[in-house]
Design a protein around this ligand. Structure first.
Ligand code: PRP
Ligand code: URA
Length: 207
């Protein structure tokens, strides 16, 4: 499936802010959310609509509303940093959660939590996580959602390494990938270069 890099000037500007090592928790969180909101605006451009009859103060009129349920599924913890921004664009979206942590040595993902609202086969599921490094976490989260019967799954991330993109395309060729940036590579401990460091730690003040 497609890989879309959202080359928007505001996204690039805000991405530079979160990449800077001196950016502190408040500005880091705010800009992650704002990028997520801008990305949601672009990604939802072609979401299906249905006609509805409404009444304006002047007359009856046929207008439009989103036809399908949208479910946002952040991968904990760092994915939580993107939820408010996307909700500000799609306030009717439901939220599910998948808790995964990456083993620091093996880089393998381990699941510790999962909770979902009702998801139908018609729901559009946005899996959100700022960092796509080896792709192990995103791939595991999407496999879990497929086991639950999700059909239309889209991955939304901020910064990706080429390895992560390849892994996701290989494991889940049916999933569209939306990113703010594709970076150069992974370093020898599995961090994205140039990246932005440990996103969960910078969002939540740990370490
Ligand atoms: C980070 C990040 C992704 C994962 C990406 O989470 O938020 O979920 O690593 O790496 P991968 O593509 O190699 O799987 P981490 O495991 O550090 O947990 P955290 O969000 O709780 O900090
Ligand atoms: N997880 C992060 O938070 N940052 C990286 O660069 C890679 C994985």
């Amino acid at each position: 499936m497609s890989v879309t890099i959202l080359n928007h000037s505001l996204i690039k500007h805000k991405l530079s802010i979160i990449r800077k090592k001196e950016t502190k928790i408040k500005d880091f969180y705010q800009n992650v959310n704002e990028i997520a909101g801008l990305m949601a605006y672009e990604i939802t451009r072609d979401f299906p609509l249905r006609e509805i009859e409404i009444e304006t103060p002047i007359c009856k009129s046929i207008q439009y509303e989103l036809a399908l349920d949208v479910v946002i599924v952040p991968i904990l913890r760092a994915g939580l940093g993107m939820v408010d921004g996307i909700r500000s664009m799609i306030p009717t979206a439901k939220i599910g959660f998948i808790g995964l942590y990456r083993d620091e040595k093996t880089l393998e993902p381990h699941e510790y939590y999962a909770k979902f609202p009702d998801i139908t086969k018609d729901s559009i599921v946005l899996v959100v996580d700022p960092m796509l490094a080896t792709g192990g976490s995103a791939s595991a989260a999407i496999s879990l959602l497929k086991e639950k019967g999700c059909k239309d799954i889209r991955y939304v991330g901020l910064v990706a390494a080429p390895d992560g993109i390849k892994r996701l395309q290989n494991d889940h060729p049916d999933v569209s990938i939306y990113l703010a940036a594709e970076d150069e590579k992974l370093n020898d401990v599995g961090y994205i270069v140039p990246g932005l460091g440990d996103c969960g730690d910078r969002l939540f003040g740990t370490k």
